[in-house]
Design a protein around this ligand. Structure first.
Ligand SMILES: [Zn+2]
Length: 261
């Protein structure tokens, strides 16, 4: 990403979470990463764990959460799964990859045909334990979902919940923030103890109550500061003042520009 952020930062993608859930023999991967190099690192970790990878699940269609699904599925003989809405968004992200994703990371993203399929009733299992795909609608993009693992009191939340990283607001216009709040409520109603956020600061824990309340508080602050500032730069600076510790102000700047355009 060539241009600089007003605070002097380089533009970059936010840190990504890829989650491996495993039992005695089998494993499920949630949100495989974006680049060939990242997929190799994830593949080595899976191989070192010695589990049989049965499924790769993508929470939503943004390419940074699934472009290497095919590569990893082939390597481990796993099936790629997603909701029907996410599969539609995957096709959209493939259609813009040359103009958007590859423009930022030329040559680093592998071929990514959409191979994901849906599963009946949005449910599958890992050694007899239920894994439930819960559709959350629009959060930081359209047609997002989360993976609920009741026996672990865990939600792998994709982009519905953030943890210590500036939230992606580029698609937040036109009622997007209200829809996102509803999506957060859907996760909260699952009453998880742990949430793995799709974008997290790895120094932070996965406490569900904190992550839910901080994600919501960020959106409330966006609403508050949008009313107080009439320029993207004013809004951006005020947000940084409120959230000095969140990673990747560049993501916030992208959102600020979109919201004021
Ligand atoms: Zn994301």
């Amino acid at each position: 990403m060539p241009e600089l952020v007003p605070n002097g930062d380089r533009r970059m993608f936010s840190p990504l979470s890829t989650t491996l859930i495993y039992g005695e023999r089998d494993a499920v991967l949630v949100d495989p990463p974006m680049t060939t190099t990242q997929a190799e690192a994830v593949g080595e970790r899976i191989e070192a764990g010695g589990k049989n990878l049965t499924h790769i699940f993508a929470t939503h269609g943004h390419g940074d959460h699934w472009f290497t699904a095919g590569v990893l599925a082939e390597r481990f003989g796993a099936q790629v799964i997603a909701t029907a809405g996410t599969i539609q968004q995957m096709h959209h992200n493939v259609s813009i990859r040359a103009a958007f994703w590859d423009a930022f990371l030329p040559g680093q993203i592998p071929d990514a045909p959409v191979t994901a399929v849906t599963v009946p009733d949005n449910r599958f299992t890992l050694e007899g334990h239920d894994l439930v795909i819960v559709e959350a609608g629009h959060s930081d993009t359209d047609d997002t979902s989360v993976l609920h693992v009741p026996d672990l009191e865990l939600v792998v939340a994709g982009d519905v919940i953030y943890n210590g990283v500036h939230q992606f607001l580029v698609e937040a216009g036109h009622g997007g923030l209200e829809a996102w709040r509803a999506a957060i409520g859907i996760v909260e109603d699952l009453k998880p103890r742990w949430i793995v956020a799709g974008h997290k600061n790895k120094e932070l824990d996965d406490d569900a109550i904190r992550a839910v309340s901080e994600t919501r508080q960020y959106l409330d602050t966006v609403d508050e500061l949008l009313l107080q500032h009439d320029s993207a730069l004013g809004f951006f600076n005020a947000m940084l003042e409120r959230f000095p510790k969140r990673l990747n102000p560049g993501a916030l700047w992208g959102g600020a520009v979109a919201l004021y355009s």
